[in-house]
Design a protein around this ligand. Structure first.
Ligand code: RIB
Ligand code: CA
Length: 317
């Protein structure tokens, strides 16, 4: 019997999402049992098309794709980030249309069906706004009693944001949903900017990746230049932050990380700090709003060369 951990990846592909999905598919420690899609880096129509195409490229059309929410819970979609991910969400390579189709269930119901059919076995790996997970929790309030763990990319506990001075993009794209998810009754790991901005895949690493001779690495090598140009031109970096892959590295090699554990609320106000992930750090002082929440494992540091080598090794095939 396989001991691989069953994961559903909830995603808005997205260049770093594509890397994380392929990394997971190449990792025997993980069994990807579904992809669910959400708006974020691009519209849900685009991210769903990309999810289907990515699985075709990987030769894994056996994995179902369930289409998710097209907008946040309470506000309009903030729109695509073409300057980071391209108008197609895949670095403007404009993939052919997929030949496969989405599952009959929407993302929230797919998550509920999978978790309730296999209680305690499924780990959720959200790589985009948390709308689908929050919807699933609202439809089935006992859902997170039966989720093994949520390991999410999002948030910024002790550093500034990347979509606003306070807000990380995935959280700022649906703060109300994120605040629901951080109240989930299961272990939660937050791979936010605190650690993902310490994880740099350098230009030299990317040049190495471009020599890998397999379909998934070739696709990644074709989409990274658009992403790398953003990091070079806007941030002056010699490489890229591999935000979403951090969830996969943590799942397969947690010893490369350090963390602290505190309950989190998300600022859902409509002022400058909207979308900030607020960790309550003094146990005796917890405000009532934090008191009934489980502590979230907030990743704070990483052996970044070790995890980049791990990812490159898996993408090499
Ligand atoms: O802030 C980084 C996150 O925003 C990543 O998930 C990236 O794909 C974008 O969605
Ligand atoms: Ca993402």
């Amino acid at each position: 019997m396989s001991t691989a951990r069953k994961v559903i990846i909830d995603t808005d592909p997205g260049i770093d999402d594509a890397m994380a999905i392929f990394y997971a598919l190449e990792s025997p420690e993980l069994d990807v049992v579904g992809l669910t899609t959400v708006f974020g880096n691009a519209s849900t129509d685009v991210t769903t098309t990309n999810a289907l195409r990515l699985l075709e490229i990987a030769g894994r059309t056996d994995i179902p794709v369930a289409k998710g929410a097209v907008r946040p819970l309470t506000m309009p979609y903030r729109g695509p980030v073409e300057f980071v991910h391209g108008t197609d969400g895949q670095g403007n390579v404009f993939l052919d249309s997929p030949t496969t189709a989405v599952a009959s269930s929407d993302a929230a119901h797919f998550i509920i069906e999978m978790v309730m059919a296999d209680p305690g076995a499924i780990t959720l790996v959200p790589l985009g706004p948390l709308t689908n997970i929050a919807l699933a929790m609202s439809i089935e309030p006992s859902l997170t009693d039966h989720v093994a763990e949520i390991v999410l990319m999002g948030g910024a506990a002790f550093v500034g944001g990347n979509a606003s001075p306070a807000g990380e993009a995935n959280i700022l794209n649906d703060p109300e949903a994120a605040d629901i998810v951080f109240g989930a009754n299961c272990p939660i790991v937050m791979a936010g900017l605190d650690v993902t901005e310490k994880t740099l895949m350098t230009t030299a690493d990317i040049a190495r990746l471009a020599t890998f001779d397999n379909p998934t690495a070739r696709h990644v090598a074709s989409i990274i230049p658009h992403y790398a140009a953003f990091y070079r031109d806007r941030l002056g970096l010699d490489g890229i932050h591999v935000h979403d892959s951090t969830t996969i590295s943590y799942l397969i090699a947690p010893d490369h990380y350090t963390w602290v554990e505190h309950p989190i609320r998300v600022d859902c106000g409509h002022s400058f700090s909207r979308g900030k992930t607020l960790a309550s750090m003094r146990v005796s002082d917890h405000e009532e709003a934090w008191q009934r929440r489980r502590p979230v494992r907030i990743l704070t540091d990483v052996d970044d060369r070790a995890v980049i080598e791990l990812e490159l090794g898996r993408l090499a095939g």
